[in-house]
Design a protein around this ligand. Structure first.
Ligand code: FES
Ligand SMILES: [Fe+2]
Length: 344
């Protein structure tokens, strides 16, 4: 499917906006291993060589097209990737260094994508025309991600539509049932980076977190880094909770995407004595619970996303000023396409 389209839609949204997308957590790709993924409508491999560097490349051998992933028989030998069909060997640069017989034609090279390992994640950059990235994924201050937890789902949605939630504050009231919502500062847009600031009251959905049945005030700072990666800094001052949520929308086949919902709790809430427990014990468990909480919350959105039709000319109302600005922000990720923008 070349363009993301609902059966009832009379318009379409390019399913693969330019930008950085998360392929894996760094810890899931050991040195001297490789794995295959469907990413941005193509098959790719990720390969960490014996020095620890990561390569992301098209999975099909430039010779006759064998798949180079481990399931197809592609293997790593002496820091080379060996095709299972005729044994061509590729260096970590992607360059073919050995063919069946004779000299290696210089043109035999894997098609590679810019890859960047940051914040404990393997990210790759997609550009429809193959241009190099002009921005990179920012680094967060913490360096230890061992207790960050993710829930991953394959969902039928488009990353522009899911990220739009970051500025769609009226859905926080109606769909998610928050109240006393306040926009703490104007939404900021700086190139591919968008920041939104809210405060609201909400209770927890996960039974074990909601056993106190309290409704607390949360302050959130949302950072959107292109359409594939968002983080949300969460602070609930009354109870001392501090956490960071991670949300990744990685298109796979043009209709579905891999959607990651993560949480990393830094400071346990002062509830039921939780904060008295050893941090090393409680923070990983709370991170898992908060990732589950985020996933439960997103299941409400998912029910809508998976059936909605993209409106290129939405009829906006007074509360939707930031949606208009968001749609303008999105234009940069489709530089060569007509798209997606509301009329004023
Ligand atoms: S298809 Fe890969 S070496 Fe022939
Ligand atoms: Fe939402």
């Amino acid at each position: 499917m070349d363009r993301w389209m609902m059966p009832s839609m009379n318009t379409a949204l390019d399913p693969f906006p330019n930008g950085w997308y998360v392929l894996a957590e760094s810890k899931d790709l050991a040195a001297n291993t490789h794995m295959a993924r469907t990413w941005m409508g193509r098959e790719v491999i990720m390969w960490r060589d014996q020095d620890g560097d990561v390569l992301v490349a098209d999975a099909f051998c430039p010779h006759l097209g064998a798949h180079l992933g481990p399931e197809a028989g592609g293997l790593l030998k002496d820091n080379k990737l060996v095709c299972p069909f005729h044994g061509f060997e590729y260096a970590h640069s992607g360059q073919c260094v050995k063919v069946a017989q004779g000299a290696v034609p210089g043109a035999i090279k894997l098609h590679t994508y810019p890859a960047h390992e940051i914040n404990g994640l393997i990210c790759a950059y997609y550009d429809r025309t193959g241009k190099a990235p002009e921005w990179s994924v920012p680094e967060v201050p913490e360096s230890d991600f061992t207790h960050r937890a993710f829930v991953k789902r394959r969902i039928r949605a488009h990353p522009q539509m899911t990220s739009e939630n970051s500025v769609d504050w009226s859905h926080l009231l109606y769909l998610h049932g928050y109240d006393n919502l306040e926009q703490r500062a104007d939404t900021e847009i700086d190139g591919p980076f968008l920041n939104a600031y809210y405060a609201f009251n909400r209770s927890m959905l996960t039974p074990v977190l909601n056993r106190f049945r309290f409704r607390f005030r949360f302050e959130v700072d949302i950072s959107v880094w292109g359409l594939g990666i968002s983080i949300v800094n969460v602070h609930a001052p009354e109870i001392g909770l501090k956490a960071r949520q991670w949300v990744f929308a990685t298109p796979s086949d043009g209709e579905y995407m891999d959607y990651w919902m993560g949480a990393h709790v830094f400071s346990a809430p002062r509830l039921g004595g939780l904060h008295w427990l050893p941090q090393g014990f409680i923070l990983p468990r709370l991170s898992k619970l908060f990732a589950q909480e985020l996933s439960t919350e997103v299941s409400f959105d998912e029910k809508v996303w998976s059936r909605m039709a993209f409106q290129p000319n939405p009829r906006l109302c007074q509360t939707d000023r930031d949606i208009f600005r968001y749609r303008r922000y999105c234009e940069q990720f489709y530089p060569d396409n007509e798209s997606c923008q509301p009329s004023a």
